[in-house]
Design a protein around this ligand. Structure first.
Ligand code: ACO
Length: 326
């Protein structure tokens, strides 16, 4: 099997900022509550004319440039998202057209906030097997489009943005060492958007009931996340045969600082070994991890030979972790 790694990354977040102070004007909340309970200070909101594929496009162009390949050299595009531009065509197909990636197959992947890790696992297996050479994996979301800005339990958490990576062959000793993916469908009710699907089609009644918005049982999801983040990371490390003391940088899903802290405690890691940017962007679901990864690279926090652990959880319920040597 070939050694597969990330050969380029990029991110894009919309310009418009929604601050905690602005949210104070919209719902019964306050900056202090949001910061102490979540760590989030502001999030980005897509412009009216922007949809998920537009954010994905800008992040992808940056990733391709960083990888030093053209769009025509892509064999496959995977977009992890829960806010596709539309049901179909897939956002990956819309992105393929925007990029001019004429030789690439394209599909979307639905695993909520864990989608990017699921995408990495899928893409890296296809490259390792020799089926493909270059795969673009994108996490992109416009969560503002499925957020109820009268619901203080959810509207403080979510933002919009996109992160992209190009996967390809890397020298032996580098690249992905393990994946740990999981799902627990019994927790599906805890975090969902029901409206617009085949069970609850969009009707005036379903829209009046706000079924097209995110529903979340926050404290239940919180308990699950605290348990699963540390466990998934440890399982990925065990499979890779790497000790937690060897981690150089943890890149966790950016949902809540208290959830990230619990993972740090479990892994006995100090805060300087963790990439955190949720204060600026909030929870961007499948885009959170690739945005954090691209930003860590931009900031020079990732060096050749470093041991990175990516870990996330989300609706489904789902989780995913990966160990890679940069
Ligand atoms: N401002 C002020 N008060 C609030 C707010 C707010 N924005 N939101 C909730 N409260 C109140 C609640 O009403 C509650 O009041 P009560 O005790 O009078 O009923 C009190 O604060 C405590 O509420 P909890 O829900 O217990 O607060 P908690 O400490 O659990 O924090 C939070 C809530 C931040 C949502 C937390 O549960 C969390 O982060 N959960 C995980 C969310 C997550 O990561 N989701 C992933 C989604 S990703 C995806 O797949 C899309």
């Amino acid at each position: 099997l070939n050694s597969v790694g990330i050969i380029g990354s990029g991110k894009y977040v919309p310009d418009r900022i929604l601050t905690n102070q602005q949210l104070e004007q919209m719902v019964d909340t306050n900056d202090e509550w949001i910061v102490t309970r979540t760590g989030i200070r502001e999030r980005r909101i897509a412009a009216a004319e922007q949809a998920t594929s537009d954010l994905a496009f800008i992040a992808s162009e940056k990733a391709l440039k960083a990888a030093g390949i053209t769009a025509e050299e892509l064999d496959l595009i995977i977009v992890a998202t829960i806010t596709p531009d539309m049901f179909f065509p897939s956002t990956a197909c819309l992105l393929q057209e925007k990029l001019g990636a004429t030789k690439a197959a394209a599909f979307d992947l639905s695993a909520a906030c864990s989608g990017f890790i699921y995408g990495l696992a899928t893409a890296s297996s296809m490259i390792a097997s020799g089926m493909y050479k270059h795969v673009l994996v994108v996490g992109a979301e416009c969560l503002s489009r499925i957020t109820d800005y009268t619901d203080r339990n959810t509207c403080i958490l979510f933002g919009d943005g996109a992160g992209a990576v190009v996967l390809g062959e890397v020298p032996e000793g580098r690249g992905f060492r393990s994946f740990e993916l999981g799902a627990d469908g019994s927790g599906g009710e805890l975090l969902k958007v029901c409206g617009g699907g085949s069970r609850v089609p969009s009707t005036e009644a379903s829209i009046a009931e706000k079924q097209h918005y995110i529903y979340m049982a926050g404290s239940e999801v919180f308990k699950f996340a605290v348990r699963i983040m540390g466990n998934a990371a440890e399982e990925a490390l065990r499979k890779a045969g790497i000790d937690k003391g060897e981690i150089d940088l943890l890149i966790p899903h950016q949902a809540n600082m208290r959830i990230i802290q619990s993972a740090l405690n479990k892994l006995e890691l100090s805060a300087d070994k963790c990439m955190v940017n949720l204060d600026k962007y909030g929870n961007v679901s499948a885009a959170s991890i690739p945005i954090a990864l691209a930003e860590a690279v931009e900031q020079g926090r990732v060096n050749e030979g470093d041991c990175l652990v990516l870990v996330g959880f989300g609706g489904g319920l789902t989780w995913g972790a990966s160990v890679l040597i940069w």
